[in-house]
Design a protein around this ligand. Structure first.
Ligand code: FUL
Length: 497
């Protein structure tokens, strides 16, 4: 090998002296030094901001604005600003405190919906809170108070700003005036409410309906959202101020999961589109599931009721537990606060999360693997890394090994409900098929019936086979078998509840 190297080296020098040849590069590649012996990434891989975004996992959506006072879901843009009349000063601190109790790590506030009414004193349009004569409207600045409350509560935050604007005279008028004079400046104003935003939400709705449009009352549409909204410029403008802000939807850095019912596919790749994604997608675009926690719409409507904690927990398992993030909508009412019934169900959900996913039994298990990757100079890939509570250390096999088993053993029989698996996605999403089995004696194994294909950022497997029932399986042993992977598998955490 060394001889080969010397030979190649000399050949390389000769080649270099005349021209840069392919041989030169082969030589360098052969002699690649990898002291840590880390597996090569399987592309595509997420950016740093996409990784941080994924870690937010479970966060709230707050639809509040003009529609709260008109009993509509989509305003037409011709609403009188005085209609926006909160009975108290809107209180984002109350919203965020309530969702934090359910275990949510952040929230996105709608600050402009399709009707174009802005919940902050923007310079871009008169159609904003300062034009309402209501004294509470005059004191409303949602992006400001939302960002301050989130920071105080140690939560992540961001804003929903609708690209489609049925109030603006410019929207869809065949020029670039709307994007340049209204939309980009609005996003810039919003970015300036904090350089620590985690997501900006750009809805895909693009018109076709009659709207006010400065009094024209026309049906307008646009043909290509990406070019019309100057998305590359939009991204750079926001990232220059808030570098970790993932541009959702139209912004193309994270994708809609493809339904509003709160579920993702059991097979779910962080590339491609829709509920299942695609293994062959060529860039990273993980799924976010947006779901309503209440019975009526995205906005508050009189008489609505929240779903039960058990229903919301099922949604959590079918989204966060299937490699998607969950943005769960709780709409503030006319007082600008979340109704008491919503606050109560959020507390119940928090308690359920704690009871069902709060005590990790893997931490007291013995863990063994069929294979461990050869350690590097300062990094090892031993199976103990999956229970060391450190997301930066991981277990891996050697290159070429795409199958492996991990076994957890307890001293005594346990009541097991869920297994959580997390891939080290910095190196790409890899696992294509796995199985989970349990045993009481280490000889006879019972296979869990859930479809176990992809893992990704996080997968939660209900051992009872159903996301609806809280069913225990008695076992002293639990075996995870990786059956297929795009390259050697890497897992940073395994938890058992
Ligand atoms: C949709 C919008 O049209 C709805 O009104 C809502 O905001 C939802 C989250 O996104 O596309």
């Amino acid at each position: 090998m060394r001889k080969n190297f010397v030979f190649s080296f000399l050949t390389g020098i000769l080649a270099l002296s005349t021209s840069m040849s392919a041989q030169t590069f082969v030589m360098v590649d052969e002699d690649r030094v990898s002291p840590e012996n880390e597996p090569a990434p399987v592309h595509p891989v997420p950016s740093e901001r996409q990784l941080m975004w994924n870690e937010t996992e479970f966060y709230a959506f707050f639809h509040y604005g003009m529609n709260t006072y008109t009993n509509k879901e989509w305003g037409n843009g011709g609403e009188d600003p005085n209609t926006f009349a909160p009975t108290k000063v809107p209180n984002p601190r109350q919203w965020l405190t309530a969702v934090k109790a359910a275990g949510m790590k952040g929230g996105i506030a709608v600050v402009k919906h399709h009707d174009g009414f802005c919940l902050w004193p923007t310079k871009t349009t008169k159609h904003n809170v300062t034009s309402s004569s209501n004294e509470n409207a005059q004191k409303t600045n949602i992006p400001d108070s939302f960002a301050i409350a989130a920071r105080d509560l140690g939560m992540k935050y961001g804003f929903y700003v609708s690209p489609w604007d049925r109030n603006s005279q410019y929207w869809g008028d065949g020029t670039s005036n709307y994007t340049n004079k209204v939309f980009l400046p609005q996003c810039l104003e919003l970015a300036q409410f904090g350089d620590d935003q985690f997501e900006m939400w750009f809805d895909g709705a693009t018109g076709g309906e009659q709207g006010y449009h400065g009094g024209a009352w026309e049906s307008r549409s646009i043909s290509n959202a990406q070019t019309y909204y100057d998305v590359p410029n939009l991204r750079d403008t926001v990232h220059a101020i808030s570098p970790n802000c993932v541009m959702w939807g139209v912004g193309d850095e994270a994708r809609w999961i493809g339904n509003e019912q709160g579920w993702a596919g059991e097979t779910n790749w962080a590339m491609g589109t829709g509920e299942y994604g695609s293994e062959s997608g060529w860039y990273w675009k993980a799924g976010e599931s947006d779901a309503k926690a209440t019975s009526a719409g995205w906005f508050w409507h009189s008489g609505e009721t929240p779903k039960t904690a058990a229903q919301l927990f099922k949604i959590y398992l079918e989204t966060v537990g299937r490699n998607a993030t969950l943005i769960l909508n709780f709409p503030p009412d006319k007082s600008g606060e979340l109704p008491a019934a919503d606050v109560k169900v959020l507390e119940e959900l928090g308690q359920m999360m704690q009871t069902r996913l709060g005590t990790d039994l893997a931490l007291k298990a013995k863990v063994e693997a069929s294979e461990e990757r050869t350690a590097g100079a300062t990094r090892n890939y031993s199976v103990g890394n999956i229970i060391d509570q450190n997301k930066d250390t991981y277990w891996a096999t050697n290159d070429g090994s795409k199958t492996a088993t991990i076994t957890l053993t307890w001293d005594e029989e346990q009541s097991l409900h869920y297994v959580t698996l997390m891939e080290y996605i910095r190196l790409g999403q890899r696992v294509k098929a796995f199985t989970i089995e349990t045993s009481t004696d280490g000889a006879t194994w019972k296979k869990c019936s859930t479809t176990t294909t992809t893992i990704g950022y996080k997968r939660i497997i209900p051992l009872g086979g159903s996301t609806s029932n809280y069913t225990a399986v008695k076992a002293k042993y639990l075996r995870i078998t990786i059956n297929d992977s795009r390259a050697c598998p890497t897992l940073h955490t395994v938890s058992v509840f």
